[in-house]
Design a protein around this ligand. Structure first.
Ligand code: ADP
Ligand code: MG
Length: 375
């Protein structure tokens, strides 16, 4: 029987999983990583890059590096949200003949589904190389709030990439499936998803259908499309730049290469502080002045990071409260809480969730892999 891959096509990162000997597991990409950045670029030498290589050259090649395309898929150019998001990205966008969106890379224009297809194609190819066989079928996940147009556009992206999309399923549903929470009738599950660009919370209920098969129903869903790990990174980046400016008088944010290294250092420090209490930010030769090359060397503690992140964590918890109020349940009725999204590896977020729901959240399946595993 042909194998079907499960794909979490994320705003920031993607993951791919497959069932082997009855168990789902993540397939590593060609770079040996378990997730792939959702970034596509036309390099300065005219080469198409997808994933980490595209992400790495983003700040120095901003016009030709397309990221967060998931924000635009299945939307019309004139929508207010699109116009707002357009203002925040460095690549060019225009209205297509039918009112849709096109983005520019190199001297060509692409529809969002074509960009997503380039990402899917890499995921497909890498999986094929790993498994040593051709893959033609996939299950792809989408946010619970995606409408029919967005779902159809995601299917189309699969088709362009040469994949027959067997199912489109909701990300929170996939997360619940990964834990097998579809087994118990009336089970009430909260999926708390803090990703790179968006925060989503869903309240699910397992219901038994007439054919005896349990189904997972979304009872309420809420979120903030502009609240994610990237916002934390930005604040950390500004903190680093401000500290460096205090001691050197130089604002390294103004130089694109300096900015790229700051962005990378900010995310790296944040990730390290999920497992240690203190980290060193070390960027050699970040800039130079009359006295010669200057190095950036700073300490960042977990406590300081939590200060920087506090406003975002509070916002996520307020939205969680709203989602619970919009659901038919009380906080005490919830049987399981699942953490999804790479940012939930941050201890302060885990603590806030545990305090609000009064129980330890599940994270036995890695939060940035759980959606693909469920798919
Ligand atoms: P998305 O669903 O938006 O595609 P992910 O679930 O992959 O995104 O989450 C990506 C975010 O998770 C990024 O902002 C990244 O910096 C963050 N992240 C990944 N690992 C960690 C970690 N160990 N600690 C804190 N944040 C992390
Ligand atoms: Mg995600």
């Amino acid at each position: 029987m042909a194998k079907i891959i499960g794909i979490d096509l994320g705003t920031t990162n993607c993951a791919v999983a497959i069932v082997q000997s009855g168990e789902p597991s993540i397939i590593e990409n060609a770079e040996g990583a378990r997730t792939t950045p959702s970034v596509v670029a036309m390099s300065k030498t005219g080469e198409r890059l997808v994933g980490l290589l595209a992400k790495r050259q983003g700040v120095t090649n901003p016009k030709n590096t397309v990221y967060q395309i998931k924000r635009f898929i299945g939307h019309n150019f004139d929508e207010e949200a699109v116009q707002k998001d357009k203002a925040a990205v460095p690549f060019e966008m225009r209205k297509s003949a039918n009112g849709g969106i096109e983005v520019q890379m190199g001297d060509k224009w692409y529809r969002p589904e074509e960009i997503s297809a380039m990402i899917l194609q890499k995921l497909k190819q890498d999986a094929e190389a790993k498994l040593g066989e051709t893959i033609t079928e996939a299950v792809i996940t989408v946010p619970a709030y995606f409408n029919d147009t967005q779902r159809q556009a995601t299917r189309d992206a699969g088709k362009i990439a040469g994949l027959d999309v067997k199912r489109i399923i909701n990300e929170p549903t996939a997360a619940a499936l990964a834990y097998g929470f579809n087994k118990k009738k009336n089970e009430k599950v909260v999926v708390f998803d803090f990703g790179g660009g968006t925060f989503d919370i869903s309240v699910l209920e397992v219901a038994s259908a007439e054919d005896g098969e349990n189904s997972i129903e979304v009872r309420s869903t809420d979120g903030d499309a502009h609240l994610g790990g990237k916002d934390l990174d930005q604040n950390i980046m500004h903190w680093i730049a401000d500290e460096f400016k205090k001691e050197s008088g130089i604002d390294v944010r103004n130089d694109p290469l300096g900015r790229q290294r700051l962005d990378e250092a900010a995310e790296k420090a944040k990730i390290e502080l999920s497992s240690s209490l203190e980290t060193e930010i070390n960027i050699p030769f970040i800039t130079s002045d009359a006295s010669g090359p200057r190095n950036l060397l700073l300490k960042l503690t977990r406590a300081k990071l939590e200060d920087i992140a506090r406003e975002y964590i509070d916002r996520a918890m307020q939205i969680s409260k709203r989602a619970m109020e919009a659901s038919p349940f009380k906080v005490g009725d919830i049987n399981e809480v699942i953490l999804v999204g790479g940012q939930t590896r941050m201890p302060a977020i885990q603590k806030a969730v545990e305090e609000f729901f009064g129980k330890k959240p599940h994270m036995g399946v890695n939060p940035d892999e759980v959606v693909a595993i469920g798919a």
